[in-house]
Design a protein around this ligand. Structure first.
Ligand code: PMP
Length: 393
C-alpha cells in the first residue's frame, strides 16, 4: 500500500498552533488562565437567551433557524446600522453581517490579497490577524506603536518606501495585545495619510465599547468612511458562542466581501442574528455594556495590584483604560515561551509575546488577559505568575 502523501498547500505549511493552544486553555482544571481574550462568563446575558428561546422562538423559527441572505438578515442589518450610527455618529454606507470579526478579516484577505502583497500592521498586533494575513501569503510589515497607538510618523515612513501596501490593519481601541488606545490626534493624522496615499484602512473595533469609564474617541470609520472598512464583533460585548460580527465600509468594497462569503460559510447563523437583533431592539445593550465595563475595570484593578505586588522591578506592563489585556515586558534576554512548562506546574497560563510581533525576533514579552478571571483568581494568579517569572531572575 502506498503511504498517504499529504502535499500541503504553501499557505497551510508552517502555520503555528498558538491560537488553538489559547482556545483549549479555557476551563483547564486548577489553572488560572490569563491566556485567552475570553469575555467574563458571569456577565453573559444567559437569562435573556433562555427567555427569548422559550418565549419567542416559536414564532420566529422560520427565520431564526433558517439560512439567511449572505449579507445578513435585512432586519438585523437595519438594527445594527442604527446602533453604529448612534454610537459612532456615522450611518454606514454599506454593512454586512459576518461569522465573527475573524471571518470579516478572512473575507478582506480573500478579496484583496495576492501572495506577496504588502500589509501594514502595528507591532505587536492581534495574532488572529497575523495568521489571516500570512495564511494569504501576504508580506507583513510592522509599524511602530506606543501607548497612544500607531505612530503616524512611522506610518508615513512605511508608506514612503517599498511597494504600495494593499491595506493597513489597526486596532485603535484597547488594542490586542497591548491595551493601547489610539489618540484622537493620531486618528486624524492616520486617516489623512490614508487618503493621501489611497490606502485602505482595516479598523478592528473589537474592544471599542469596553473603555472602563465608557469613554470613546472617534472611530476611524466615522472620520473617513471612504477609506476605512470597519470590522466589528459581538464576541466581546455579548457572547462568542454565537459567532457574529460585521464589516462596514466603502460601497465599492462590501459587495466583494459578500461575494467572498459565498465561497466561505455562505451566511452567518440566523439564530445568532435573531438573538442579537432582539437584544438590540429591546434596548438591552447599554445596560449590558455598563455591566461589562464595571466588571473589566474591577478585574484590571485587581491585576494591576497583583502585578505591582508580585513582579520584580525588571518587569514593566501597559496600563490599559479598557479592554481585556495588559502587555508585560521583561528584561532583554528573557524568553517567555521557555517559562510555559513552569507556568503550567504553578497553575497559571499566559501567552508568550513572540507571535504577536509579526516575524520580529522579540521574546521577552507576554500577554495577560484579565477578562475571564475573578478579582480573587487574579490575586492568586498574579502570585503564581510572580513565582514563574521570579524563577528566571
Ligand atoms: N479582533 C480582535 C482584536 C480580537 O481580539 C478578536 C478576538 N480575540 C477578534 C477580532 C475576533 O473575534 P471573533 O472572531 O470572535 O469575532
Amino acid at each position: 500500500m502506498t503511504e498517504l502523501d499529504l502535499r500541503l498547500a504553501r499557505r497551510a505549511a508552517g502555520s503555528g498552533d498558538e491560537l488553538s493552544a489559547i482556545l483549549s486553555s479555557v476551563n483547564a482544571p486548577g489553572m488560572i488562565t490569563f491566556s485567552g481574550g475570553f469575555p467574563a462568563p458571569d456577565i453573559f446575558p444567559a437569562d435573556f437567551v433562555r427567555e427569548q428561546a422559550v418565549a419567542e422562538l416559536g414564532g420566529a423559527a422560520a427565520v431564526a433557524l433558517q439560512y439567511t441572505p449572505t449579507e445578513g438578515l435585512a432586519s438585523f442589518r437595519a438594527v445594527l446600522a442604527s446602533w453604529v450610527k448612534e454610537s459612532q455618529g456615522v450611518a454606514p454606507d454599506d454593512l454586512m453581517v459576518t461569522s465573527g470579526g475573524i471571518e470579516a478579516l478572512q473575507l478582506i484577505c480573500r478579496t484583496l490579497l495576492d501572495p506577496g502583497d504588502r500589509v501594514l500592521v502595528e507591532s505587536p498586533t492581534y495574532l488572529g490577524a497575523i495568521t489571516a494575513f500570512s495564511g494569504f501569503e501576504a508580506r507583513i510589515d510592522v509599524v511602530a506603536a506606543d501607548h497612544d497607538g500607531l505612530d503616524p510618523d512611522a506610518l508615513a515612513a512605511a508608506l514612503a518606501t517599498g511597494p504600495a501596501p494593499k491595506l493597513l490593519y489597526v486596532i485603535p481601541d484597547f488594542q490586542n495585545p497591548t491595551g493601547a488606545w489610539l489618540s484622537t490626534e493620531r486618528r486624524h493624522a492616520l486617516v489623512a495619510l490614508a487618503r493621501r496615499h489611497g490606502l485602505l484602512v482595516v479598523e478592528d473595533v473589537a474592544y471599542r465599547e469596553l473603555g472602563f469609564a465608557g469613554e470613546q474617541r472617534p472611530s476611524l470609520y466615522s472620520l473617513a468612511p471612504d477609506v476605512v472598512v470597519q470590522v466589528g464583533t459581538f464576541s466581546k460585548i455579548l457572547f462568542p458562542g454565537v459567532r457574529l460580527g460585521w464589516a462596514a465600509g466603502p460601497p465599492a468594497l462590501i459587495p466583494h466581501l459578500v461575494r467572498a462569503k459565498q465561497n466561505s460559510d455562505q451566511c452567518a447563523g440566523g439564530f445568532g442574528q435573531w438573538l442579537a437583533e432582539s437584544f438590540l431592539r429591546d434596548g438591552r445593550l447599554e445596560a449590558q455594556l455598563a455591566r461589562a465595563r464595571a466588571a473589566y475595570a474591577a478585574r484590571w484593578a485587581a491585576m494591576s495590584a497583583g502585578l505591582t505586588t508580585h513582579l520584580g522591578p525588571e518587569f514593566s506592563w501597559s496600563e490599559p483604560r479598557g479592554g481585556f489585556f495588559t502587555w508585560v515586558t521583561g528584561p532583554p534576554g528573557l524568553d517567555t515561551a521557555t517559562l510555559l512548562p513552569r507556568a503550567r506546574e504553578c497553575g497559571v497560563a499566559f501567552v508568550p509575546g513572540a507571535p504577536f510581533h509579526a516575524g520580529r525576533d522579540v521574546h521577552h514579552t507576554l500577554r495577560l488577559a484579565f477578562s475571564a478571571t475573578t478579582p480573587d483568581e487574579i490575586a492568586e494568579g498574579t502570585r503564581r505568575l510572580g513565582l514563574v517569572l521570579g524563577a528566571d531572575r
